[in-house]
Design a protein around this ligand. Structure first.
Ligand SMILES: NC(=O)c1ccc[n+]([C@@H]2O[C@H](COP(=O)([O-])OP(=O)(O)OC[C@H]3O[C@@H](n4cnc5c(N)ncnc54)[C@H](O)[C@@H]3O)[C@@H](O)[C@H]2O)c1
Length: 219
């Protein structure tokens, strides 16, 4: 079995690549950036907006894991780019997976598609009110997958990730937890609102059992 990993150079992708290597599973890693891996990783540099390149990767695989995305904050600054990468790029992968009869397509969606939380715990039946272009795109991709299953019998699995954290995640990724961690450790917050927000997040961090520095009342 060969697994194609889109977004392999990203945070989740690099952890997945480590795991696939450990488990001795054959894989093909791909991302739009230069390979961050050594020669031992079979890597192909490709943009998911390039249909031909996507087809080339998918044609070699039995299973596809799609982790490539334009981040949430970019969707607020440039909703058009976000839509292109997160919807059109994903559709290129979905459609190639249909064409090459992929055994399973795994997609990383996001908890943010839920929007307003009406009840807890949030389950799969919870209503959706996406609040950002990023979340709208993730929801659209989930719908595309359902429709491709109904029309073309494409087998898929969706993970709606919450705030994941761990090795290979840096503040430059603009993900929430490393940003909060960096802010807390550098103590670059001053207002009551910021402190309140950070304390709220610290609770989440604490319950997630990660180590972190609690802000003092004077800051
Ligand atoms: N990390 C989280 O907390 C979190 C939460 C919810 C959802 N997700 C989703 O999980 C997936 C993985 O998240 P992550 O934290 O590893 O993100 P990440 O930003 O670290 O990695 C995404 C990768 O996609 C690549 N990419 C961007 N545009 C591309 C393009 N046009 N063509 C090919 N590759 C492109 C980037 O180069 C990057 O390596 C993403 O789909 C993300 O939306 C992550």
């Amino acid at each position: 079995m060969i697994v194609a990993v889109f977004g392999a150079a990203g945070f989740v992708g690099r952890n997945l690549v480590d795991k696939l290597k450990k488990e001795d599973i054959e894989f093909l890693a791909t991302d739009v950036v230069k390979s961050p891996f050594g020669k031992e990783v079979n890597y192909f540099k490709a943009d998911i907006l390039d249909r031909k390149a996507v087809r080339k990767v998918v044609s070699k695989a039995d299973m596809v894991v799609h982790l490539a995305a334009s981040p949430l904050l970019t969707s607020l600054e440039n909703p058009i780019i976000s839509m292109k990468i997160n919807i059109e790029g994903t559709l290129n992968i979905i459609d190639a997976s249909r064409e090459f009869k992929i055994d399973k397509l795994i997609f990383s969606s996001a908890s943010s598609i839920v929007g307003d939380v009406k009840y807890n715990p949030v389950d799969e039946e919870h209503p959706y009110t996406p609040k950002t272009p990023y979340a709208v795109a993730k929801k659209a991709c989930e719908d595309y997958m359902r429709v491709y299953k109904e029309l073309f019998d494409l087998d898929y699995l969706i993970f709606r990730l919450f705030n994941v954290y761990g090795p290979w995640q840096y503040p430059e990724s603009r993900a929430l937890i490393p940003l909060v961690y960096k802010t807390l450790t550098q103590r670059k917050f001053s207002t009551y609102l910021e402190t309140a927000l950070l304390l709220g997040t610290s609770y989440m961090l604490k319950t997630s059992q990660t180590s972190f520095v609690r802000p003092s009342k004077n800051t």
